[in-house]
Design a protein around this ligand. Structure first.
Ligand code: SF4
Length: 228
């Protein structure tokens, strides 16, 4: 930075704070682009009346309304659902509460039964906490019972021939939609979700209740000759 540019980077004097008997820090507004609210902090010191004044430190410090970078967050806490891209690897944390060792027991009778019968098992399985978290997400999501599509549907997924129930403890509550014409095709749906492509919908006999057609053009007619 040239001398002229350096001089322009320092703004008006803001305040002076004594550090001790021989040192004081002066604060100046910073004029650097991108450093709104920052201040130059210049600490000067003098040993005694005969000694020269020396500059101990010059630093840029953020003021109360400074524009600063957000606090650093470890990468594994920054990753959000949906961030995983093609080829990315995302190992589960060592003590991930959503998983338990498969041999300890899954807390899922259906999984336990199959694992015992076949003598095989996965290294880890979803814990009760992991299953409950998934169930809550799916229930509150776009294919849950509160979605607009579900509220307008003629019937629920639980009675639909296109529903493929999931295995395990969540079987009674969720399935995968297997209807190519449904917006939920290939997605996990709650049994209380539903759409207009339900397998029981019949052309000409749809169970949807439609009100009588009302025509209103907004024009109020007056009898001829009513105006004088
Ligand atoms: S077609 Fe519609 S009602 Fe049937 S399972 Fe799929 S989303 Fe549910």
């Amino acid at each position: 930075m040239g001398a002229a540019a350096a001089a322009e980077a320092v703004g008006e004097h803001l305040e002076a704070r004594p550090e001790d008997d021989g040192a004081v820090t002066h604060f100046f507004a910073a004029r650097h682009g991108g450093y709104r609210g920052w201040q130059w902090s210049v600490t000067i010191a003098c040993a005694d009346a005969e000694s020269p004044i020396t500059i101990s430190e010059v630093v840029l410090l953020p003021g109360d309304d400074a524009l600063v970078a957000p606090c650093w967050v470890p990468w594994d806490e920054r990753v959000r659902p949906g961030d995983l891209g093609v080829g990315d690897l995302l190992p589960a944390p060592v003590d991930d509460p959503r998983l338990v060792p498969g041999y300890v027991g899954s807390d899922d009778p259906a999984v336990e039964e199959v694992a015992r019968e076949v003598g095989l098992g996965r290294r880890t399985v979803l814990s009760r906490e992991g299953r409950e978290a998934a169930a809550t997400r799916w229930t509150d999501g776009a294919h849950g019972p509160h979605a607009d599509m579900a509220r307008a549907a003629p019937a629920h997924c639980g009675t639909c021939g296109f529903l493929l129930p999931v295995a395990g403890a969540l079987r009674g509550a969720f399935g995968v939609c297997g209807n190519a014409y449904s917006p939920a095709d290939g997605a996990v749906v709650a049994v209380a979700f539903g759409c207009g492509a339900h397998s029981d919908v019949v052309i000409g006999g749809a169970p949807l209740t439609v009100g009588e057609l009302v025509y209103d053009d907004g024009v109020e007619l007056e009898p001829a000759g009513a105006r004088t």
